[in-house]
Ligand binder design. Structure first.
Ligand code: UDP
Length: 249
C-alpha cells in the first residue's frame, strides 16, 4: 500500500464508503463466557474483542492492595493471529500502556471504595485488530464489569476520532490510522460527560482537535446506547430462562 493512497475522495467518502461522521458497524454482546464473573464480546468493523471480568477478589500481588479501596487491574492482550504479520505473543510496552490507561479509565466509574484490599481483574483479548482496539477493548470491559454486577456509577463508552487526508474523521480504520495524520482515542462517562481517556498520536490544529472531540464524543454516545442494549438483552434472556426453569418445577 503506497503512502500516496487516497483515504478520503473529493466527495468526502472514505475507502470503506463511510462519511467523516460515520463509525464502523458495531456489535456488542454481554455474558458470552460461562466461567467468568462477567464478560462481553465487541465487534467494531473488523475488530473482534473479548473481555472477561473476575472479582472483586483478593488482590494479588498482595503489595498492590489498597486498604481503602479496590484496584482495577486490566490486562490487554493482542493475540498472535489478530494482525496480518503475526504478532510476537506476550506483554510488550504497548500492551502495558493500554492496560494502564484502560484500568485508569474504569477506576473512574467502579465504586472501588466498597471493596477495600480487593482487585477487580479485567482481561481484554484482541482476537482481530483493525485500529481502535483500545477503544473497543474498553467498551467491552465496561459491559463485562456491568455483567459481573460490579457496582458502578455508569459505564464507560469509548471511540477514537482522528485525521486523514486533511479531514477530521470518526473511528479510524487501519489504513486511516497507518497513513493518516492523527489518531485521538477517547472515552467518556456518558451520564456526566466526563472524559476519562484522551490520547493523541500525530498532529492537528486546535480547531481540528475540537472537531475530533465533538465527533468522538458523538461516537461514544452511540456506543453507550448499544452497550445498554446489550445488557438489557442479556438480562431479559436470563429472566426468560429463570421463568422456564420455574415452569418446569
Ligand atoms: N497493530 C499491529 N501490530 C501490533 C500493534 C498494532 O498490526 O503489534 C495494528 C492493529 O491493527 C491495531 C493498529 O495497528 O489495531 C493500531 O494500533 P494502535 O497502537 O494505534 O492501537 P489501537 O488503535 O488498536 O488502539
Amino acid at each position: 500500500m503506497s503512502k500516496e493512497m487516497v483515504l478520503v475522495d473529493d466527495k468526502g467518502k472514505r475507502i470503506d464508503g463511510r462519511t467523516s461522521e460515520e463509525s464502523r458497524e458495531i456489535k456488542i454482546e454481554a455474558g458470552v463466557l460461562k466461567n467468568a464473573d462477567g464478560s462481553a464480546y465487541v465487534e467494531i468493523g473488523k475488530n473482534k474483542v473479548l473481555a472477561a471480568v473476575y472479582g472483586p477478589r483478593e488482590c494479588h500481588p498482595r503489595h498492590l492492595q489498597n486498604p481503602t479501596k479496590a484496584i482495577v487491574q486490566c490486562k490487554y492482550n493482542m493475540q498472535a493471529y489478530s494482525v496480518d504479520d503475526r504478532k510476537r505473543p506476550g506483554t510488550d510496552r504497548r500492551s502495558i500502556e493500554i492496560s494502564k490507561i484502560v484500568s485508569e479509565a474504569l477506576e473512574n466509574v467502579v465504586l472501588t471504595g466498597l471493596y477495600p484490599r480487593a482487585s477487580i481483574d479485567v482481561y481484554i483479548e484482541i482476537l482481530q485488530a483493525n485500529a481502535g482496539t483500545r477503544c473497543a477493548g474498553l467498551t467491552a470491559a465496561s459491559v463485562a464489569l456491568a455483567d459481573a454486577g460490579i457496582p458502578m456509577k455508569d459505564i464507560v463508552a469509548s471511540m477514537a476520532a482522528g485525521k486523514a487526508d486533511g479531514h477530521v474523521l470518526l473511528d479510524l480504520n487501519k489504513e486511516e490510522d497507518n497513513f493518516g495524520e492523527a489518531d485521538v482515542p477517547m472515552a467518556i462517562v456518558p451520564s456526566t460527560g466526563e472524559i476519562v481517556l484522551l490520547q493523541m498520536d500525530g498532529n492537528m490544529t486546535r480547531e481540528e482537535f475540537d472537531r475530533a472531540i465533538e465527533l468522538g464524543v458523538g461516537g461514544c454516545k452511540k456506543i453507550y446506547e448499544l452497550q445498554k442494549d446489550a445488557l438489557k438483552r442479556r438480562y431479559s434472556a436470563e429472566e426468560a430462562e429463570e421463568e422456564d426453569d420455574s415452569d418446569e418445577q
